[in-house]
Structures are given as structure tokens and as C-alpha cells.
Design a protein around this ligand. Structure first.
Ligand code: SDX
Length: 428
């Protein structure tokens, strides 16, 4: 029997407590802080730089080595050999599906892609030029109003139905948000298409002509979905977990994840990165722009990461995908791609970025690929949300299935006024 490992914390007044040291199957050990309450002190870790908020078996990241595993499978292998629905099955259930399981799962999701017809009325309440992410937050949250039959989150079968409904319907809602934004009629799902083909059909088909998916673009978008599917306890996933810990229904929880993802420091970075490339405009301006970053006038969007202190493994796959798509579309001399590679080269050879371990992240190249596929900039984060829905749902499901889980309720370091008596208005 291994000897229990502990860390002893001793305060300046001599009081101490033993904190068990826990090890995972991969990654750094953690200190179990449950006993800390005996000392009447809290830990202080704003933005959670050194805090593990939960235990999970879904995704593992090694920031120093630039590794990303979904249920143990390296992201590079999944991006090359798998497809998005198979990765969804893996994230949700923990194992790759056999042929029968895969066929059943595909059929199940395919036959849940339509949304309640009254959901379409939610769109008309938005301005046509509303940001599609605002529409996504509202309409996905509104799904809570349609599925009262499966909201007992402690019922595993209800959780599974909700997971399938979200996985199937978020692409439909995302495409509807795009069509509403450009003033074209909604396009219904078509069961003859694969998951990604169907999304592209709902995005780009019109009633006037049959849509024929381009297999190279479908493969590229499939890869983008796989790369964005899950990523440990990032800001939006942590938001979903915290919302879910109160017992909120899964549709409301996913809507909270979409809201958190929207920020430019998180999922909004792909939109911001492309806008940055357009603002730089030409490779001749790269050095001047990088100087502005070093003068802390602005951040290099699509660069840096809280965990990765090496190249984001997703960025490398995304760069290769970018090259393949531009080649297929005969856009090899795409100015934005050339600019992005020049910016990457300049930044990666500059001590400012090297010292701070700032490397391209998943958002640096994704915008160029999405633009080349024909997806407008204001839909980039919607694509991220669509792909990340399976990660959010899988992490939410893992938490609720743990009978030990409790409502999340952090404490604080209070820096406000000490106790004082009320002052009458005449005395103020
Ligand atoms: C995603 O968490 C996830 O897993 C997220 C994600 C996922 O799949 O869920 O991977 C998706 O959100 C990727 C990140 C996308 N965001 C961006 O590309 C926006 C630009 N990046 C930065 O905002 C920043 O890098 C963060 C937010 C991603 C991480 O910031 P941290 O960990 O809080 O680091 P920091 O801000 O403390 O930076 C440390 C230093 C600072 O300089 P000094 O104060 O030491 O001088 O690095 C600098 C920062 O100013 N820095 C940057 C920079 N990122 C950090 N300087 C210029 N450009 C940048 N992009």
C-alpha cells in the first residue's frame, strides 16, 4: 500500500495542517485543500492560475510539451483519422464507438437536427445586424422552454437525451443565425448529409438551387470542429460547470458557456485575430505592429495561452489545414495567410515573445481557414461554440454524474470597509 503523501502547511503562528497530495493518471500532482478550513484561512488564486477546480477524465493538456489528448487519444491522430461525430461519441462516452455504435449514434443525431418550428420566431425579435453570438446565447437558452420532458438532470437517460438534442440542434440554430443575419430563408437539415455537410448545406444552400458540398472544405471544417471540441477547464467550460453545479438545466448551462466563449480573450480571439491581420494589411507593416504589441498598446490576437507555453498542437494542425484549403481553392498566394506566417516567424524570433512563451494558439490560423471556406468573420466564434458544445455537454455530464458533486461557491479576500454605523443624510 503506497504511503499516503502529504504536504504540511505551517502558518506564521505555528499552527499547521496536513494536505494530502493527490496524483492523476497524467499531469501535475494536486494538494487536496479540504483540511485547510481547520486553519480558518482560504487560498487566494484569482483567475485560477494554480487551481484545479475538479477532477476529470475527458481531456488532458500538457502546456510545456504542447500535448492535447481527448480520452487519451492525441489530437493530431484524431484530426487526421477520425470524424467529428466519432470524436463527440468518444468525449461523451469515453471510448471510440464500434461500427454499430457509430451508425446508431449518427442516426440518432441526424434525426434530432430539426428544431421546434416556434423556435424560428425567436429570431424575428433580433435586429438583422445583431451579432450571431447574441442570437446564439438567446436561442440556445430558449431551448430550455421546449424540453420539459427531459430536464431531470439526475436521470442519466434525460442527460443523454439533452446531450443528443444539443449536439444535433446547435448547428441548425447556428446556421439559422447566419441566414437571419444575411436575410436569406432558413434551410432545413437534410438527413442524406453528414453532420458537417449538413451544417454547410444549412449555411450556404438556397431554395433556388441544390447544394453540393466540396469534400476538401467539408474535411477542413470537420477538422476545425475536432480541434475545438474540448479543452479541459477553460473559461467557458468552467462557466458551464459552475452553472450546472446549481442544478440549472443543460440548455441554460450551454447558453452560459456560449456567453463566456464570446470574449476576445477566449473564443472571440479567432474573429479578433482575423481583424488584426486585416488591420496590419501587409507584411511590410508586421515589424511596426509587433513593436506596438511590445509597447503594450494591444495584444497579438491568436497568440499566447494560459496553459500552452509551447506551440498549441491545434495551431500546427490548423496551419496545415489552412495550406490545404488555400491550395484547393487556388488561393496559395492568399495575402492573409502569407501575413500570418510572416507574423508568426517575426514573433517566434523576438525575445519579447520567447521570454513570455507566447506561441500561436488555435485561433491564429482558424480565421483564415473559416474565411476561405466562406464563413463570415462574425460567425467565427459561433463555429467555435458549435464545436465546443460537445465538450461543454461532456464536462457537464461528467460533473452531474458524480454523486459527490456540490454547488460551486468560491470565497474571497475582502478588501472593503470595516463595520461602521449608518450616517443620517443630514450628517453626510
Ligand atoms: C482560447 O483556456 C483555454 O484553453 C482557451 C482555449 C480553448 O480551447 O478553450 O484554448 C481557446 O481562448 C485560446 C486563447 C485565445 N485568446 C487570444 O488569442 C487572445 C490573446 N491572448 C491573450 O489574451 C493571452 O495570451 C491569454 C488570455 C490567452 C492568456 O493570458 P494569461 O495566461 O492571463 O497570461 P498573461 O495575460 O498574464 O500574459 C503573461 C504576459 C504578459 O506580459 P507581462 O505583463 O509579463 O509583461 O504575456 C503577455 C502579457 O501582456 N501576453 C501577451 C499576449 N498574451 C500574453 N502579449 C501580447 N500578445 C498576447 N497575445
Amino acid at each position: 500500500m503506497d504511503k499516503k503523501r502529504v504536504a504540511t502547511l505551517t502558518l506564521d503562528d505555528g499552527r499547521s495542517v496536513e494536505l494530502p497530495i493527490l496524483s492523476g493518471t497524467l499531469g501535475p500532482d494536486v494538494l487536496d485543500l479540504h483540511n485547510l478550513s481547520k486553519l480558518g484561512v482560504f487560498t487566494y488564486d484569482p483567475a485560477f492560475f494554480s487551481t484545479a477546480s475538479c477532477s476529470s477524465a475527458i481531456t488532458f493538456i500538457d502546456g510545456e510539451e504542447g500535448l492535447l489528448y481527448y480520452r487519451g487519444y492525441p489530437i493530431e491522430q484524431l484530426a487526421e483519422k477520425s470524424d467529428f461525430l466519432e470524436v463527440c461519441y468518444l468525449l461523451l462516452n469515453g471510448e471510440l464507438p464500434n461500427a454499430t455504435q457509430k451508425a446508431e449514434f449518427k442516426s440518432l443525431i441526424t434525426h434530432h437536427t430539426m428544431v421546434h418550428d416556434q423556435l424560428a420566431r425567436f429570431f424575428s425579435g433580433f435586429r438583422r445586424d445583431a451579432h450571431p453570438m447574441a442570437v446564439m446565447v438567446g436561442v440556445v437558452g430558449a431551448l430550455s422552454a421546449f424540453y420539459h420532458d427531459s430536464l431531470d438532470i439526475n436521470n442519466a437517460h434525460h442527460r443523454e437525451i439533452s446531450a443528443h438534442r444539443l449536439l444535433a440542434k446547435v448547428p441548425t440554430i447556428a446556421a439559422m443565425a447566419y441566414k437571419y443575419n444575411i436575410g436569406e430563408p432558413f434551410v432545413y437539415p437534410k438527413n442524406k448529409f453528414s453532420y458537417v455537410e449538413n451544417f454547410m448545406s444549412m449555411m450556404f444552400a438556397t431554395p433556388a438551387e441544390e447544394y453540393v458540398p466540396n469534400p476538401v472544405l467539408v474535411r477542413a471544417l470537420e477538422r476545425i470542429f475536432i480541434l475545438h471540441a474540448d479543452h479541459e477547464q477553460n473559461a467557458s467550460t468552467s462557466t458551464v460547470r459552475l452553472a450546472g453545479s446549481s442544478g440549472a438545466n443543460p440548455f441554460a448551462c450551454i447558453a452560459s458557456g456560449i456567453a463566456a466563449l464570446w470574449g476576445p480573450a477566449h473564443g472571440g480571439a479567432n474573429e479578433a485575430a482575423l481583424k488584426m491581420l486585416e488591420e496590419i494589411g501587409d507584411a511590410s507593416r508586421v515589424k511596426e505592429y509587433v513593436q506596438g504589441v511590445k509597447d503594450k498598446k494591444y495584444k497579438l490576437m491568436g497568440f499566447g495561452h494560459r496553459v500552452y507555453k509551447n506551440m498549441d498542437p491545434r495551431a500546427a494542425v490548423m496551419r496545415q489545414t489552412c495550406y490545404e484549403v488555400l491550395k484547393e481553392l487556388k488561393l496559395e498566394n492568399n495575402k492573409l495567410f502569407e501575413l500570418a506566417m510572416e507574423l508568426e516567424k517575426t514573433a517566434l524570433s523576438d525575445p519579447y515573445f520567447i521570454e513570455r512563451k507566447l506561441y500561436p494558439n488555435v485561433d491564429f490560423y482558424s480565421g483564415i481557414v473559416l474565411r476561405a471556406i466562406g464563413i463570415p468573420t462574425n460567425m467565427f466564434t459561433v463555429i467555435f461554440a458549435l464545436a465546443r458544445t460537445i465538450g461543454w455537454v461532456s464536462q457537464w455530464n461528467e460533473m452531474i454524474a458524480d454523486a459527490e458533486h456540490k454547488i460551486g461557491r468560491p470565497r474571497q479576500l475582502y478588501q472593503g470597509a470595516v463595520k461602521r454605523d449608518f450616517v443620517a443624510e443630514s450628517q453626510r
